[in-house]
Design a protein around this ligand. Sequence first.
Ligand code: KG4
Ligand code: ZN
Length: 361
Amino acid sequence: MRVLGIETSCDETAASVVALDGRAAPKILSNIVLSQIEEHAAFGGVVPEIAARAHVEALDGIVEAALADSGVALDEVDAIAATAGPGLVGGLIVGLMTAKAIAAAADKPLLAINHLEGHALTARLTDGLDFPYLLLLVSGGHTQIVAVRGVGDYQRWATTIDDALGEAFDKTAKMLGLPYPGGPNVEKAAATGNPGRFAFPRPMKGSAQPDFSFSGLKTAVRQAATAIAPLSDQDVADICASFQAAVADALGDRVSRALNRFRQEYPDKAKPALVVAGGVAANRTIKATLEALCAAAGFDFIAPPQKLCTDNAAMIAWAGIERLRAGMADANAADFVPRSRWPLDSVSAPMVGSGRRGAKA
Ligand code: KG4
Ligand code: ZN
């Protein structure tokens, strides 16, 4: 089985071919990701209109490159899978329409894939993980804990009630005058900072409600920065380190709650696992916190390679393969309309007030 995947939901234009032959491990035959970071950097964040135009310009070439790299001709592909939501609607339209056109011209089935499902199933592509497992998705647009129970069977156990975690990193960076994207720069500055200098809040820590919140932390950072302005490099480093410590602590509290719930709901699962996905999973302090939590709770900690944790099309192609082999191909995909919002779990109520980008989830 070979599937061509296309991803354009945010600021990466990506295409990939993934193959599955019998019982052998799946193979990523090509995985091309063009980041638009430079186009958006001057604005300190992703500008939807610029993103959509950049996708239009790049996508044809990226698809061609993904096919060429894979050594698979278009007529040897079994299906075309494209992200159909959630995300920025301009980019989704570009990717899904392109996929529809390719599928129609090559007479191949089309799969309209939920971007979050791509993240959720990646650990099966990289690590052959069995259902059920727990997923922590921490990116610029999403902060969720999801019980991954099967293909198309997801239960959201926690989400953010305001900002996504990556968004909190990006906004903190902006406040402190660090360049976009903020996460890696906050981490870099934090390396030389004192995490104990500022006692920032640990939002939701100990709360009976399972969700995340980061806007109060962001406000606390702003107040601390304003109080001691102008900021020296050491002040910036100390704020970053203290912010990161607060985030790791708050996140650890929420995750450990979910690990306990997983144990209770799946007592027979011999080797439970926590999988991380999303750009924030690159953060070493956060990773170390999660690793320690998992070790203490007897969970495997699975962090797929960074290239497959952040937005990419291999995860979309793989989700397509999972759907095809589960007999879940959608005969009406050619009529599918891109969805800027598309919860992975249609049962859990959407979170009222979830932040500008967080609301995607
Ligand atoms: O998954 P991703 O590449 O794109 C989407 O948001 O979909 O995640 C990007 C987010 C940004 O908010 C970025 O600041 C954050 O991940 N990020 C980090 C780090 N690297 C990227 N946050 C904290 N520490 C990092 N090292
Ligand atoms: Zn993503």
